[in-house]
Design a protein around this ligand. Structure first.
Ligand SMILES: Cc1cc2nc3c(=O)[nH]c(=O)nc-3n(C[C@H](O)[C@H](O)[C@H](O)COP(=O)(O)O)c2cc1C
Length: 325
């Protein structure tokens, strides 16, 4: 492991995916940390290979009232409800971040930005895709899989092949050569079929997974659900085996032809390598930030490098999708 001026040199973890240069495979997962350009810069300084924005709506959107999150060392349950100030604010923050110079001297460019979008209709997805594509983020992630807004939006689009494919087509009409990742739900019978449908509709990549459930936690004293929304999406350590299986299913169903951002319960370098063996090329990190701090990106890269050194792995291509070979 080589350390340059206190910054981990993770060149050996570098990959070029869909024409985007990632200095390492770690990606800030959507919605967890940093909703403004200054927050994204902070995550970039802490070594993330890419940043995903929180979900951006085609119009201002209110979230749920508090309490919206409950956590312990094993899991977190959230029903934040995807609050967003609307496209004007998104435009301002993304434009500010995209105008940045490289964060570290050894980086040839700023850390890539993945803009995550959401809507309650196919048309709305098309509209927000158009607004965001004009800002030229490095990639767009399409959130069709949030489980804690079902009261408001109905079943997520990710639960039906035609709906998932329809949203993908609506987005792709406006995104030109910007790669589009579609974010899938684990809460379906066959995630592989959904992955195949969105890739058939033009998705360039897949993000798997969004939160699991929804679940419920009850306060014994009041004998009532703790979250104001009653239910929320499960994330954190407990969901890693589900995420690993979902990534393996998506990779197999799409013959390993599109890159996958493997997300769900990734805390350590070994977790990251495990989900890569299932088929992920990039690794989303969310809830772990609350436990290991913003430095989690550097720590995970350091742990990955150490494991690769100890196990004589020279290139990540030896790891990615290894269970299928
Ligand atoms: C508080 C919170 C907010 C989230 N907000 C979003 C969001 O706005 N858009 C989205 O696509 N996913 C959102 N997610 C899901 C995460 O991006 C991620 O897919 C999920 O938490 C699993 O990864 P993890 O176990 O590493 O957290 C959110 C998760 C949490 C815990």
């Amino acid at each position: 492991m080589i350390v340059l001026a206190g910054i981990l040199n993770v060149m050996e973890l570098k990959q070029n995916i869909l024409g985007i240069e990632f200095t390492n495979p770690t990606v800030l997962a959507s919605g967890i940390w940093g909703v403004t350009a200054s927050g994204w810069r902070c995550v970039a300084k802490n070594g993330a290979g890419a940043i995903t924005t929180k979900s951006l709506w085609d119009k201002e959107h209110k979230g749920h009232p508090n309490p919206t999150i409950i956590s312990n060392e094993y899991w977190s349950l959230n029903a934040v409800g995807i609050p967003d100030a609307g496209p004007e604010k998104a435009r301002e923050e993304i434009a500010s971040y995209m105008a940045d110079h490289p964060v570290y001297p050894e980086q040839s460019r700023r850390t890539p930005l993945v803009a995550n979008i959401v809507s309650n209709s196919k048309e709305g997805f098309g509209e927000i895709a158009k607004v965001i594509a004009e800002l030229k983020p490095d990639a767009i992630e399409v959130n069709i899989s949030c489980p804690n807004v079902e009261d408001e939006l109905g079943k997520p689009f990710a639960c039906s092949k035609p709906d998932a494919a329809g949203v993908t087509e609506a987005v792709k009409k406006h995104t030109g050569d910007i790669p589009v990742f579609v974010k899938l739900s684990p809460n379906v019978n066959n995630i592989g079929e959904i992955a195949k449908a969105v890739v058939g509709a033009g998705a360039d990549g897949i993000t798997a997974i969004n939160t699991v459930g929804p679940g419920m936690a009850i306060d014994l004293k009041s004998r009532k659900p703790i979250l104001s929304n009653r239910v929320g999406g499960l994330s954190g350590r407990a969901i890693k085996p589900v995420a690993v299986r979902c990534v393996a299913d998506c990779y197999k169903a799409t013959d390993g032809k599109v890159p996958i951002i493997g997300t769900g319960g990734i805390y350590t370098g070994e977790d990251a390598l495990e989900i890569m063996m299932a088929g992920a090329s990039l690794v989303g990190i969310g809830t772990a930030i609350w436990d290991r701090g913003e430095e989690v990106f550097k720590k995970v890269c350091e742990e990955m490098s150490e494991w690769c050194d100890a196990n004589d792995v020279k290139d990540l291509s030896e790891i990615i999708g290894s269970i299928h070979k």
